[in-house]
Design a protein around this ligand. Structure first.
Ligand code: HSE
Length: 437
């Protein structure tokens, strides 16, 4: 049986998951690809800690160059994360004619173009299924399964940690900090959890989805991004009163020849299919012009699901290798140059429904002052709740609006927050009603 030799750089959680899949499903994998995948070396700075998976100690090294310089290794798997060192290792591996598998979303989102050009020049494959939505095969779905479609819209929950936090806040009324501590204890969060909660992790994934789905060379810096770190329990409760829940949504949608690219917490109707995606689960809803609505659901984080995605990439490369081919499908699915006729829609041009929570003094005329400013800026109110007076005399006034333009909303809130009847900065959530089953 032919052999495909693999070197792993980064023996952390995902690395251990990858090894576990290779060991546990060895026969099945061989049956499927007609080749044996041989793990030849594993490099990590720490080669002593127990990863919960048995490996021959002779495979372990602290020097990644032993893998990169090994002429027998066909595929280098990069699982160290971060950008600089990973970029260096991957580039060197490709220059030496090795195929690469990575789970590194930050790297692909920010330096994908450069890496794909190097892969093309070196005649090797670079695969990154595990970079988006963990175990859900969303890269393959966009690149191959849905390749015959114009993608019209993508609506997704792409960060398991944030989704877990929002679920705990909604179901158990935990504070944000309590819910984050639980997520960290369960190992969902990144080593630096700020990447999960400030939205960076999900925005990296959305950047990759947009580049694949629309053939548009999306830049990470151009994706609008807000995380879950400023969400209060108060707004989650109000969302429930209006018949919504709060989700961190990644949205990409074609509107008038432009692409909306935004990642932010949003109110989602309780009967929307994404409202039922809870705990650390991810889901990606995609609408194509011929296929219609599709939904992909599964675990977006964790050792086993992400390990499964990494091994699927190794298997793909192994299949190519034994047929003597490479780069059968280009990394972003498009053989032609990128769709530069498209552009990203500036955030102030986005139109959606909104939720506002004003903090105002409780006296006659307050509501009419606020609604006067909204009306003068083309914002029409759909419903209002005003709660009873709190000890300090300030009351929350919460509203849902009809569809309005972000530019008008920002202008209105700037004026409203200056009014003497308003005691705190207004809280805003966008309401997602347009897309979904
Ligand atoms: N930390 C990520 C999440 C998983 O919580 O979804 C890896 O991207």
């Amino acid at each position: 049986m032919p052999q495909v030799k693999v070197g792993l750089i980064g023996f952390g959680t995902v690395g251990a998951g990858m090894v576990e899949v290779l060991v546990h499903n060895r026969e099945l994998i061989e049956d499927r690809i007609g080749a044996a995948i041989v793990l030849k070396k594993i490099a990590d700075l720490d080669i002593h800690s127990d990863r919960g998976v048995k490996v021959d100690p002779a495979l372990l090294t602290t020097d990644a160059m032993e893998i990169i310089d090994d002429p027998e290794i066909d595929v280098v798997v990069e699982l160290i994360g971060g950008c600089d060192q990973a970029m260096e290792f991957i580039s060197m591996a490709m220059e030496r004619g090795k195929h690469v598998v990575t789970a590194n979303k930050a790297l692909i989102a920010q330096y994908g173009k450069q890496l794909f050009e190097t892969a093309e020049r070196c005649g090797v494959d670079i695969a990154f299924e595990a970079s988006v939505a963990g175990g859900i095969p969303i890269i393959r779905a966009l690149r191959e399964g849905l390749a015959a479609n114009q993608i019209e819209a993508v609506l997704a929950i792409l960060n398991g940690t944030s989704n877990y936090i929002l679920t705990r806040m909604t179901e158990e009324e935990l504070s944000f900090d309590e819910a984050l501590a639980l997520a960290q204890r369960l190992g969902y969060a990144e080593a630096d959890p700020s990447l999960d909660i400030d939205g960076s992790d999900a925005a990296h994934k959305l950047t990759i989805i947009i580049s694949l789905g629309f053939g548009y060379p999306c830049r990470y810096e151009d994706v609008y991004k807000e995380g879950v770190d400023k969400i209060s329990l108060e707004d989650i409760r109000f969302a429930g009163e209006f018949g919504y829940c709060v989700k961190l949504l990644a949205i990409a949608r074609k509107v008038d020849g432009q692409i909306e690219a935004r990642l932010h917490p949003a109110f989602v109707p309780l009967d929307h299919i994404l409202a039922n995606v809870n705990e650390a689960y991810n889901a990606v809803y995609i609408e194509g012009d011929f296929v219609g609505p599709t939904l992909f659901y599964g675990l977006g984080a964790g050792k086993r699901p992400t390990g499964s995605a990494v091994v699927s990439d190794i298997m793909d490369i192994a299949r190519n290798q034994i047929k003597g081919i490479s780069r059968r499908v280009s990394p972003l699915s498009f053989a032609r140059s990128p769709a530069t006729e498209l552009s990203l829609r500036p955030m102030d041009q986005v139109s959606t429904d909104y939720y506002f929570r004003f903090s105002a003094v409780d006296r006659p005329g307050v509501l009419s002052k606020i609604s006067g400013v909204l009306g003068a800026n083309n914002i029409s109110i759909a419903s209002v709740i005003q709660k009873s007076r709190e000890a300090h005399g300030s009351v929350p006034v919460v509203m849902l609006t009809h569809e309005a333009k972000e530019r008008d909303v920002r202008k209105s809130l700037e004026i409203i927050d200056q009014l003497d009847i308003v005691t705190e900065k207004t809280v805003l959530f966008r309401v997602e009603r347009k897309t979904g089953i």
